[in-house]
Design a protein around this ligand. Structure first.
Ligand SMILES: Cc1cc2nc3c(=O)[nH]c(=O)nc-3n(C[C@H](O)[C@H](O)[C@H](O)COP(=O)(O)O)c2cc1C
Length: 192
């Protein structure tokens, strides 16, 4: 209970990476409308930097709409391989254009074209429509770099609460919480 919660999280995350577990960096992201109607989906956690958890998406998607109108969010990381679940709650802000560009250009050309082609979370009439959009964008950028569109980029979640759950024998699981307290963290233990 003396560990820094970021280090604690990073330890579990690195373990999943080292073991080369499938989708080792996938987390469930929970958002909600201002009326508190929740929605959840998987996103890839693309790093923990400057005290924030980063993920990338389309700014016109359902999740982004909810985050722009209600910045409270939760990330849930679960690894059955080592019996750990971690909740990270906090507020989300839009990542800088420079951060979004940096990640954008690590993606393959095909996945950048795919991202531009997708009006994420809007109605799509058929897969043919999507394939036609991909072909059109490939043509548009033929022979040149595929730049990041304004409607695609990152979010950074600054946690104010962590909860680490560890599988125990006979349901004696351990739950340790960290609540932000000034510049530090207040730790607690919960019944499982
Ligand atoms: C393993 C996995 C990884 C995913 N990673 C991302 C991601 O990093 N960013 C993203 O926008 N969508 C990602 N998705 C798709 C989302 O789960 C979701 O379908 C999409 O973002 C639209 O969500 P929304 O309508 O709630 O905004 C991923 C899905 C899976 C199954």
């Amino acid at each position: 209970m003396t560990k820094d919660p970021f280090e604690f999280f990073q330890e579990c995350f690195n373990q999943a990476k080292l073991l080369n577990l499938p989708q080792y960096n996938s987390v469930t992201l929970v958002t909600a409308t201002p009326e508190a109607k929740p929605s959840a989906r998987i996103v890839l956690l693309k790093g923990i930097q400057e005290g924030t958890f980063r993920f990338f998406t389309n700014y016109q998607s359902r999740k982004s709409g909810e985050l722009f109108s209600n910045p409270q969010a939760q990330i849930l990381f679960y690894r059955p391989e080592f019996g750990r679940q971690i909740r990270v709650e906090g507020r989300v802000t839009k990542a800088s254009a420079a951060d979004s560009d940096e990640y954008w250009f690590t993606r393959s050309r095909e996945s950048r074209i795919g991202a531009i082609a997708s009006h994420q979370s809007s109605e799509l009439k058929s897969m043919d429509e999507l394939r036609a959009r991909v072909a059109e964008i490939e043509k548009q950028f033929e022979g040149r770099e595929v730049p990041r569109p304004e409607n695609w980029g990152g979010f950074a979640l600054t946690p104010d609460y962590f909860e680490f759950w560890e599988d125990g024998l006979h349901r004696l699981h351990e739950r340790i919480t960290y609540t932000r307290d000034g510049n530090g963290w207040k730790t607690n233990r919960l019944f499982p």
